[in-house]
Design a protein around this ligand. Structure first.
Ligand SMILES: Cc1cc2nc3c(=O)[nH]c(=O)nc-3n(C[C@H](O)[C@H](O)[C@H](O)COP(=O)(O)OP(=O)(O)OC[C@H]3O[C@@H](n4cnc5c(N)ncnc54)[C@H](O)[C@@H]3O)c2cc1C
Ligand code: FES
Length: 610
């Protein structure tokens, strides 16, 4: 790979004949990708050309008395360049909390935008690469590219992900902070791409659009919605498109929630309906011993019908006759395998009432009442270009085994790191399956840490953020954590301290002890009086970590419960007066006039129908 001197301006790319209109009409009306896609021309594959490839390593610059590290000073590259993982070879981002990672692996900017900028700002020196892009492409503006569109350049496959929002570093690069404001105002954002298949590309290569995403949501629209904050309908639409990056969907959801609170209008889409309402019977097909204190049960439809699909990581809430005299006991259990139509698998550790019932009394042929699969801790197996780290301890491995199973079953490989924390090797759940997946797929890396020391006398090891940092090649992954509360809190804090963006850390607690999110205000107002009206008792809430369910029990009020983790919905209680806040966002759906006291705290004096 040769680096040309900075400032070298590549000749304008030749645009392929069938698409010469890109050169003649450099500026297009918004959402052209959407219009064209819906019209007859949608079937015509469009090819444009890669005008220049540019890369840089971060460098330090002085700006307003501070030292800033930035990767924006790009230099052109001649000849073929490797592209893989989350970078173009020779390129790195400085601040991984806002740049880089799988979603922003490659930045593309159009030559059309350069022409417009050069007309408007002849005072600026604007060689290709000046906007910090890796790929300067002829004629693909942000409104001609839809989120999720797939491209091939050279032998590399790329997927459009999101627009670029400018920061002060663009102003440093161009010597004008006014450009930052104009960039946003004029809407020449360019677009980021993730790397779906590694390979090589070079200036002069054709840019071939392999597939358009069916949602037809232009990348530029995301940035305009952010800039203008004026189109709730489009924000709502974006929320439902899986290809729109999670961080954007979370932002749109927050924005809609804020507008809902301000205007009283109902803007957020209703939660997807569960596969069935309430509880339905499933039949135990078989029960398998996994380790000394863990069994798996397979549940099937009583008539042998196909079971509805679920996302790996979701759980099943079951109602078991495990209490005294066969009284109902409700508990949630992760589905521990990727979805199969013939059976759901639950993997249960012996702990107390319900789990002991599963171990000692539940037998093949028995019926189990179950809610439909649910929960928000889940992974999208189709996003194979998104590298992940799965970290579990003890029985917390169950949802992660399902995620790994779904990754392994997908036709395309996915970079996956699995960290399992166990007391000793023989406690590793489904060890054979995990090892078989890791040895069959070079993209899957399995690490087991034994807290009592490895067999054969190795030192004790625990999974910590320091261990992850020592093993992982970089921090840019999506992390899925499941295990005891303190274990997850330490990892969460350590990952954020490493620079991992908050929205890339996903976790699930199997009980009340969740993770306190960075910057989250503690829920609850100490000194609040909580009245449990039906029980005729009241209590003062003063313990910052005490859920309302615990307060109710201490006060002598009875609220039915299951998971005590916001997952099953059993404790849903109507609010008669006052407000409550959540200590951890609940996974179970809640009616507007109800709360889940197992994960809620009072926001002032409160009257509950309990
Ligand atoms: C979303 C979700 C998914 C879950 N997935 C699984 C799973 O895949 N496999 C599985 O075995 N369990 C899982 N659980 C935990 C499960 O729901 C029960 O909490 C667990 O089986 C204990 O219930 P029990 O009736 O046996 O014990 P209980 O009689 O309710 O509890 C007995 C005692 O054990 C303590 N205790 C309760 N839960 C735990 C725990 N997790 N670890 C340590 N001590 C505990 C309690 O404080 C109590 O003192 C999950 C929970 C949730 C919320
Ligand atoms: S007990 Fe399950 S949601 Fe509260």
């Amino acid at each position: 790979m040769q680096i040309r001197p900075p400032g070298h301006r590549a000749p304008l790319a030749r645009v392929n004949e069938p698409h010469a209109h890109h050169a003649r009409h450099p500026r297009r009306a918004p959402a052209a990708c959407e219009r064209r896609a819906r019209g007859a021309a949608a079937a015509t594959p469009m090819t444009v050309t890669l005008a220049q490839v540019s890369v840089s390593r971060p460098r330090e610059v002085r700006w307003r008395g501070q030292t800033i590290s930035t990767g924006i000073f790009k230099e052109p590259v001649e000849g073929p360049v490797g592209v893989g993982g989350v970078n173009v070879d020779g390129d790195r981002q400085a601040d991984l909390t806002v740049h880089g990672g799988w979603q922003k692996a490659v930045y593309a900017y159009t030559t059309d935008a350069y022409e417009a900028w050069r007309r408007e700002r002849p005072d600026l020196d604007l060689p290709y690469g000046a906007f910090g892009e890796n790929l300067t492409v002829s004629g693909l503006a942000e409104d001609e590219v839809c989120v999720g569109d797939r491209f091939r350049i050279g032998s590399v496959e790329l997927v459009a992900t999101e627009p670029r929002l400018p920061c002060f570093k663009l102003g440093i690069r161009l010597g004008s902070q006014q450009v930052v404001e104009d960039f946003l105002r004029r809407g020449r954002f360019g677009f980021y791409l993730s790397i779906a298949a590694p390979g090589e590309l070079a200036a002069g290569d054709e840019v071939v659009r392999l597939a358009r995403h069916p949602a037809r949501f232009p990348v530029g629209r995301i940035a305009r919605l952010y800039r203008d904050r004026a189109d709730p309908d489009r924000m709502r639409e974006a929320l439902e498109i899986a290809a729109v990056p999670e961080s954007w969907r979370a932002w749109f959801a927050d924005e809609l929630a804020r507008t809902e609170r301000r205007t009283g209008a109902r803007l957020l889409p209703a939660a997807a309906a569960p596969a069935w309402a309430g509880y339905r019977p499933l039949v135990v097909r078989d029960k398998v011993s996994e380790t000394d204190d863990v069994v798996s049960v397979h549940l099937t439809d009583p008539d042998g019908a196909a079971l509805p699909a679920y996302r790996p990581g979701q759980h099943l809430t079951v109602d078991l006759p495990a209490g005294d005299g066969g009284a109902s006991v409700i508990r949630s259990y992760s589905l521990s395998d990727a979805w199969r139509a013939d059976a759901y698998r639950l993997t249960v550790k012996r702990i107390g009432v319900a789990s002991s019932f599963v171990h000692d009394r539940l037998a093949p042929g028995d019926e189990v009442l179950a809610q439909a699969p649910g929960g928000m801790f889940s992974l999208d197996a189709s996003e194979h270009h998104r590298p992940v780290v799965l970290v579990g301890a003890g029985i917390g491995l169950t949802p992660l085994i399902a995620m790994l199973g779904a990754i392994a079953a997908h036709e395309r490989p996915r970079e996956t790191w699995v960290f399992c924390g166990v007391r000793e090797r023989r406690d590793l759940l489904m060890a054979d399956r995990l090892e078989a997946i890791a040895s069959a797929d070079e993209n899957v890396h399995l690490h087991v840490a034994e807290s009592r020391g490895a067999d054969g006398g190795g030192p004790p090891r625990r999974i910590t953020a320091a261990l992850l940092r020592s093993v992982l090649p970089a921090s840019y992954y999506d992390y899925y954590l499941c295990g005891p509360g303190a274990f997850m809190q330490d990892l969460y804090d350590g990952l954020l301290a490493w620079g991992v963006p908050e929205h890339r850390v996903h976790f699930e607690a199997f009980g009340p002890a969740g993770v306190r999110r960075a910057g989250a205000e503690p829920a609850g107002v100490p000194g609040s009086t909580v009245t449990f009206s039906r029980s005729g008792v009241e209590a003062t809430w003063n313990e910052p970590d005490e859920p309302l369910l615990d307060l109710a029990e201490r006060a002598g009020a009875s609220i039915p419960f299951g998971c005590r983790a916001g997952s099953c919905g059993t404790c849903a209680t109507r609010v008669i007066a006052g407000e409550a806040g959540y200590m951890h966002p609940p996974a179970a759906p809640v009616a507007p006039d109800e709360i889940l006291p197992c994960v809620a705290a009072p926001g002032g004096d409160l009257v509950l129908d309990a």
